[in-house]
Design a protein around this ligand. Structure first.
Ligand SMILES: Cc1cc2nc3c(=O)[nH]c(=O)nc-3n(C[C@H](O)[C@H](O)[C@H](O)COP(=O)(O)OP(=O)(O)OC[C@H]3O[C@@H](n4cnc5c(N)ncnc54)[C@H](O)[C@@H]3O)c2cc1C
Length: 650
């Protein structure tokens, strides 16, 4: 994105206020953050978001802005650092949601880039030295051939097949394998590019840019929830953490009651079995890292539930490399879609067209007859087929259906995010939280707070960018002191099964816009989860515990404050949008299956109510939130419904 001189100077001033130069630390400007933010804006396809950002920068240095925020009729650029910090905090703590949203977007972008960007000419970043972080795993090797063959369009293409699958992730990959094995002529269209083991060097900046949707910066419209999803061949299965839970029985019952009886059938059990077998789900790779020893110790001291996590890995090192799992598995141990389903599909003749985004499904006389797409290089790709499967994830599937002219009111609704955040604990001992098995254990102690709703406790490797995602910023010295503690921090992830959903709509250009706010029912469970996480950390011996609120909420067990004062501080900091950092790794439910068009977007077989031969087979098909990490459920649904589709096409 091009900035005017005025906009550029405003952005530089904001960045320098967040992170000015300090002894041993580069400033945000020296780290190249303003330019990187302007470049990152190009990943956001929504022109409105860009316009709002530029308007903010245009107004930022006006004396009126300082007058209205801190009572000084002076430009931001001529204020003292102290006054500039006060201005930023008025945005952080504002009663106006849009202002909090803008602050959170800036906090995240500046923090992410500060820890992600390599140093000059690709050298080690001086910030990594201060964190004690080793940086990427290795140099990228470019020369190795990748095992699957893909088509990258270099001219206009007109292709035909029986089934065109849009999206190559958990749902799309599985559907491709099942349909191709049944003898169907299959083409998979994928917006992202193909990367394999040798490409996975663990470098945070390039990994987010290459593998994640919107370069890792995607978020809800009000920036209150960061949205993490893969955009590469294999989809999110390439960057996910390998946790492999089967759909719990109580969720199967709930989903059957929503109008999809087969969820409680043996047929679905067989699909779950087939998926777990193909992904080699096992309990043999569960070495508990130092980071998770904290969770383990705390849970056991409290007498709470703790169990080993089922994982879809073969030959995982459960050590240094495993901690970089979110940037693709360098060992090829992760049984992602490219290693399993897509490989199977290709063996049965499926073709893969990558770096190509589906624009719309062609629907003629109520029947899907093809897909119109455009490649990254701008070439038109047109596919004729007998059936289309939308499997582009819960943000893009409803957008594709809406762009294709479907109007069922449930398309885009019932968005569930499993909002998650970390309560952090600083420990005396070194933890190096970026290392060790990704997720070896979990706790369901508070999974059933109200009926089937509550929270799961899990941890994740704290690569610097994952850590700063939730670090509160109140001023640069406090922020950097947290960064310096990173090697001694462990965090308990509180994963909420949300009952009340949000919505995906499309903007004028057809790009998805995500709307989401926690209901008071869901907020109460998240609050319970934060208190539970603090109890786990305290029981494990944390010296300091802090929450991901925009306001600083912390206590030092036995030395300063208590769980009670901490809880009061969190309540006073607030639980509504933009008051705390939330993320979603599990985006679900926006084209749900059900028994009637009055309650759902698609029938139990995944066929949308409004169009023949147009199917949904991805996370958007969930009738409600899965309550567990969703990959196995997505694949089992696709497995079951792709087999049914193959039979129908026979
Ligand atoms: C960092 C991370 C870790 C996770 N860890 C776990 C875990 O350990 N266990 C677990 O169960 N779940 C995990 N998840 C979630 C899980 O991986 C996803 O829920 C799941 O992969 C979603 O499957 P899907 O088929 O709906 O979409 P995806 O797997 O996201 O695939 C959708 C694909 O569609 C493509 N696409 C989108 N739009 C278009 C278009 N218009 N045209 C063409 N292609 C398009 C995308 O590029 C993408 O490749 C994790 C998620 C993240 C982000």
């Amino acid at each position: 994105m091009e900035l005017t001189l005025r906009q550029k100077s405003a952005l530089e001033n904001i960045c320098e206020t967040f992170l000015p130069r300090a002894e041993g630390w580069p400033s945000a400007l020296e780290s190249g953050i303003p330019q990187a933010i302007a470049q990152a804006m190009d990943f956001n396809p929504r022109s409105n978001a860009g316009k709002e950002f530029l308007q903010l920068l245009d107004l930022w240095d006006s004396p009126l802005h300082s007058l209205l925020t801190v009572g000084r009729l002076k430009k931001f650029s001529s204020l003292s650092q102290e006054d500039r910090i006060r201005i930023l905090l008025t945005w952080a703590d504002s009663r106006i949601g849009k202002r909090r949203a803008a602050f959170q977007a800036l906090r995240k972008a500046i923090g992410f880039l500060y820890v992600m960007l390599p140093g000059a000419n690709g050298a080690r970043s001086p910030v990594w030295e201060r964190l004690g972080y080793p940086g990427p795993l290795r140099e990228k090797s470019n020369s190795l051939p990748r095992p699957l063959s893909v088509i990258v369009p270099d001219r206009e293409l007109e292709l035909s097949c029986e089934v065109c699958i849009v999206g190559s992730g958990a749902g799309g990959g599985t559907a491709a394998a099942v349909l191709a094995a049944a003898g169907k002529n299959v083409i998979v269209l994928e917006a992202g590019a193909y990367y394999d083991d040798a490409d996975f060097d663990g470098a945070e900046f390039s990994s987010f840019r290459n593998l994640y949707t919107e370069g890792g910066f995607a978020a809800t419209a009000d920036h209150s929830v960061g949205l993490l999803a893969g955009e590469c061949f294999g989809g999110t299965t390439v960057i996910n953490y390998c946790t492999s839970f089967r759909t719990p029985d109580e969720i199967r019952t709930e989903w059957a009651a929503a109008g999809v009886p087969w969820f409680t059938s043996d047929e679905y059990t067989r699909s779950l079995d087939a998926v777990c077998e193909r992904l080699h789900v096992n309990l043999d790779h569960n070495r508990v890292s130092r980071r998770e020893q904290v969770l383990d110790r705390g849970l056991r001291a409290l007498g709470w539930h703790v169990e080993a996590m089922p994982r879809n890995v073969v030959g995982c090192d459960q050590g240094k490399v495993c901690g970089y799992c979110g940037y693709g598995c360098a060992l090829g141990a992760k049984q992602s879609a490219t290693k399993t389903w897509l490989a199977d599909a290709q063996q049965h003749g499926a073709r893969f067209v990558v770096e190509t985004r589906a624009l719309r499904v062609r629907i003629e006389a109520g029947t899907a007859t093809g897909v119109e797409a455009r490649s990254k290089s701008g070439h038109r790709v047109s596919i004729r087929c007998k059936a289309v499967v939308s499997a582009c994830g819960s943000i893009h599937t409803p957008a594709l259906l809406m762009r294709s002219g479907l109007r069922n009111e449930h398309i885009g609704r019932h968005l569930h995010l499993h909002p998650v955040s970390n309560v952090c604990g600083a420990f005396e001992e070194e933890i190096r939280p970026w290392e060790g098995t990704m997720q070896a254990i979990y706790s369901d102690e508070h999974r059933y707070l109200t009926g089937n709703f509550g929270v799961k406790y899990e941890t994740t490797a704290l690569q610097p960018v994952i850590a700063v995602a939730v670090l509160p910023w109140r001023e640069p010295v406090q922020y950097r002191s947290l960064l310096e503690k990173l090697s001694h921090i462990s965090a308990i992830g509180v994963l909420l099964r949300d009952r009340d959903g949000g919505r995906v709509t499309i903007d004028r250009e057809g790009h998805p816009v995500t709307h989401y706010a926690l209901s008071s029912f869901d907020r109460a469970h998240l609050r319970n989860g934060f208190i539970g996480a603090a109890r786990i950390l305290e029981a494990a011996g944390a010296r300091q515990i802090f929450s991901p609120h925009a306001k600083w909420c912390s206590y030092e067990p036995g030395r300063g404050g208590s769980l009670d004062t901490f809880t009061k501080a969190m309540d006073s900091a607030g639980w509504d949008s933009g008051r705390l950092a939330l993320f979603s790794f599990h985006i679900q439910g926006t084209a749900r299956l059900g028994g009637s068009p009055r309650t759902s977007a698609a029938n139990p077989e995944g066929q949308v109510w409004e169009g023949r031969n147009l199917y949904v087979m991805d996370s958007s098909s969930f009738p409600s939130a899965s309550g567990v990490n969703p990959m196995i459920s997505i694949e089992a649904i696709a497995h079951r419904n792709a087999a049914a589709l193959a039979a129908r096409l026979r």
